[in-house]
Design a protein around this ligand. Structure first.
Ligand SMILES: Cc1cc2nc3c(=O)[nH]c(=O)nc-3n(C[C@H](O)[C@H](O)[C@H](O)COP(=O)(O)OP(=O)(O)OC[C@H]3O[C@@H](n4cnc5c(N)ncnc54)[C@H](O)[C@@H]3O)c2cc1C
Length: 471
């Protein structure tokens, strides 16, 4: 109801019943918004809509809130925990940080492993990043050898970021200079810059070069080469737990959406739960489900073909995380940080745990993309065995210190079918389409945000949808 219609209704009712009684009786009915998916996007959307007096119900398929924010504690030594999904918060991610403050959570520093200290190539460890540059076992040109790994990154990967115009850092759209790189794969982009195949390998050890070149620059921009990273003391899952706690009974767990639709009077979702099937109707509906698990949901939803295609075709990275619990952080005593990029199946290692080397810690093997898809074909014991063998090559002593493992495969998680979007060339440009409202159905979730692959993206998308709904 617009303002004029509202005032007309108000005075008509006032005449009929007396002004004092009228105000209460004609206050516009609370709009009911059905939200599907209880990850950070869904939780944030429900929490913010409630601030504006909307009637919300949030339907989550699993028995827990948080989605891709999940902290494992069981099965690990007391005090150790493992983030299977979101791990670090860059100091530039104001939306995530403001929720951390709002819910009184405590931050602790997180040491990042982006430009890993050890590069393990052809069976040997090399330590890069300071002079003299290692004698890489690769066929590099004299100039590539002189530049080294960091120099190559500075020369060949900084271009589109340097041509950003002021304000791009804060814009919610993917900047033009980055979109211009959305027509080629990362591998082709680097080849076009004149880099040799081995220099491309050195630069991208452990990385998938078949994604859109623009994606890499967007990831860099979104981190804004952050100076510092944080982790929530006690576990990142305390953030979705705090939001869910605020929402109380408005969150319904164990409700799997099997179909979403709309008509002229409202929007609905058919859910499957312990009691069978049920249709939950609202005036409006927000879906925050990753497109990977949304492919068959919208046959009754009047969704135009371009959007259906985007939902069908958005690719997601397979990701495996394998946490090896070690009796002590022996690598520190050997002068190793525990962070490494490798040409092995375990393409990336991170070190997690308390400060002191004598205390127990975790070596995390973090595998993204094609190699994760390969790991997914192995049974769990073989994955752990392979990871331990890889850890032993990079951090001698791993075998002897190993106590047990916890694992997570996002590609095999039926609620996710992937970790985050692996935008292929052309797909990065479709973020606004992913985010576009279709009648009474609104789209949130990290895949609809420039900050995709981050908690910030989930929260930003929720704030956007709340604005759209209020408007
Ligand atoms: C391996 C990995 C590492 C990451 N690292 C970081 C990091 O370091 N820092 C950072 O900020 N972010 C990181 N992220 C990204 C961050 O976790 C996500 O961007 C964010 O949590 C996504 O929230 P969302 O609400 O959009 O989606 P999700 O969290 O996926 O929420 C979707 C919800 O929908 C539910 N669902 C699925 N299907 C159905 C259905 N049919 N019916 C009902 N419910 C359903 C799911 O159970 C889930 O709860 C990482 C993610 C992964 C996977």
């Amino acid at each position: 109801m617009n303002r004029r219609a509202f005032l007309a209704a108000l005075s008509a009712a006032a005449l009929a019943r007396g002004a004092n009684a009228a105000f209460a009786s004609v206050a516009p009915p609370r709009k009911k918004v059905v939200i599907v998916g209880g990850g950070l996007a869904g939780l944030s959307c429900a929490y913010e809509l409630r601030k504006y007096n909307f009637d919300v119900v949030l339907l989550e398929g699993q028995g827990r809130a948080g989605g891709r924010v999940q902290t494992l504690r069981e099965g690990l030594y007391q005090g150790l925990s493992a983030e299977t999904g979101a791990t670090r918060i860059p100091d530039t991610h104001e939306l995530t940080l403001s929720y951390v403050r709002e819910f009184g959570l405590t931050l602790e520093p997180f040491r990042s492993g982006d430009f890993a200290d050890v590069v393990h190539l052809r069976g040997k460890n090399y330590v890069g990043g300071h002079n003299p540059e290692p004698d890489w076992p690769l066929q590099l040109t004299a100039e590539e050898r002189r530049l080294g790994r960091k120099g190559l990154a500075q020369r060949y990967m900084a271009g589109p970021l340097q041509s950003l115009v002021k304000g791009d850092e804060n814009s919610l759209n993917v900047p033009k200079a980055i979109l211009e790189q959305d027509n080629a794969t990362l591998g082709d982009y680097l080849k076009k810059q004149g880099l040799s195949p081995d220099a491309i390998e050195l630069l991208t050890v452990g990385g998938d070069t078949t994604v859109s070149a623009g994606l890499l620059f967007l990831v860099e921009l979104n981190e804004q080469i952050s100076r510092q990273y944080f982790h929530i003391a006690g576990g990142n899952d305390l953030l979705p737990a705090a939001l869910a706690n605020q929402l109380g009974g408005a969150v319904r767990y164990g409700c799997k959406a099997v179909s979403i639709g709309q008509d002229d009077g409202g929007a609905w979702v058919v859910i499957e739960n312990a009691e069978g099937h049920e249709t939950v109707r609202g005036d409006l509906l927000v879906t925050t489900l990753p497109f990977s698990v949304s492919r068959n949901l919208f046959s009754d939803a009047r969704i135009p073909e371009d959007k259906q295609r985007a939902i069908r075709e958005l690719k997601y990275f397979a990701v495996d995380k394998i946490f090896l619990q070690m009796r002590s952080q022996f690598w520190k005593k050997n002068g190793q940080s525990g962070f490494a990029n490798t040409d092995l199946l375990s393409e990336r290692f991170w070190s997690l745990g308390p400060e002191h080397a004598d205390q127990r810690g975790l070596l995390l093997s973090y595998v993204i993309g094609n190699k994760a898809a390969k790991l997914d074909q192995m049974d769990m014991q073989s994955r752990i065995k392979q990871t331990l063998a890889d850890a032993e090559s990079v951090f001698p002593g791993a075998d002897e210190h190993f106590e047990g493992a916890r694992t997570k495969s996002w590609g095999q998680d039926p609620w996710q079918l992937g970790a985050f979007p692996a935008f292929a060339p052309g797909q990065l440009s479709s973020i606004p389409l992913n985010a576009r409202r279709e009648g009474r159905i609104f789209f949130a979730g990290e895949h609809t945000s420039r900050y995709n692959g981050w908690m910030q993206g989930a929260i930003e998308s929720a704030h956007r949808v709340v604005k759209e709904i209020r408007a």
